[in-house]
Design a protein around this ligand. Structure first.
Ligand SMILES: *Cc1c(COP(=O)(O)O)cnc(C)c1O
Length: 214
């Protein structure tokens, strides 16, 4: 299938299955500027990257050219790189620990950024190699971020463990968000976006399906 057709298929699935408004983050990590440009020309504006250095090689030029691009940082973030992420991105999907939250708070105090927002990443599968706050600690961490630091947290994000039924993880994330009155759910990738839509995703993060193998 052509990239254009895949994009349309995905948008159609969102229209059909989404319970409310659902955004689509096109994950462009390791993809060529040419492929990215094709999606931009189809009218797409939300893109995701998981590595700061890679993103900085392609996005500043594109952002100058298309002023309404919304760039999402979806990968693990070292706190010393927080300032650069805030400068270059609009949404952070991987707020996952106190040190990073404190850093983000001081960066935003120093250089306020209108419209910047973040998701708390929850390690729903409790995998030691994966980032995210443990489900049992998520409530306290969210309170710390929103109440103590007044961070613009809009929702929760998760990456289900490979091989697990993703639905269980999406449901857990949804329940946690509801408990904390958070509107957005960043969940669902190429292999499980349909299930994520059924479980109330408000942001899918899709790479391979849209762009082909990396
Ligand atoms: C790469 C990546 C995605 C997209 O994964 P695909 O399987 O290529 O759709 C989504 N979220 C995060 C955090 C990623 O790193």
């Amino acid at each position: 299938m052509l990239q254009e057709d895949r994009y349309k298929t995905l948008k159609e699935a969102i229209r059909r299955e989404g319970t409310g408004h659902c955004g689509l983050v096109a994950v462009s990590k390791n993809q060529s500027v040419e492929k990215i440009r094709r999606l931009i020309e189809l009218g797409h504006r939300d893109f995701g990257e998981n590595k700061l250095q890679d993103a900085l090689e392609k996005w500043p030029d594109l952002q100058r050219q298309y002023s309404d691009i919304c760039l999402h940082f979806i990968g693990p973030l070292q706190s010393k790189k927080t300032k650069e992420v805030v400068r270059n991105f609009d949404v952070l999907h991987s707020l996952d620990r106190e040190k990073l939250a404190n850093k983000l708070s001081s960066v935003l105090a120093e250089t306020p950024k209108h419209g910047f927002r973040c998701f708390v990443q929850v390690n729903t599968g409790q995998e030691s190699q994966k980032a995210g706050v443990a489900p049992s600690l998520a409530g306290d961490f969210i309170e710390f971020c929103t109440k103590d630091l007044a961070l613009p947290v809009v929702g929760l994000m998760c990456i289900p463990p490979a091989g697990d039924n993703p639905r269980v993880h999406f449901r857990l994330l949804h329940a946690l968000a509801k408990e904390k009155n958070l509107e957005h759910l960043s969940m669902g990738m190429s292999n499980d976006y349909e299930i994520a839509l059924e479980e109330g995703a408000t942001y899918l993060r899709v790479g391979t399906y849209l762009f082909g193998e990396r």
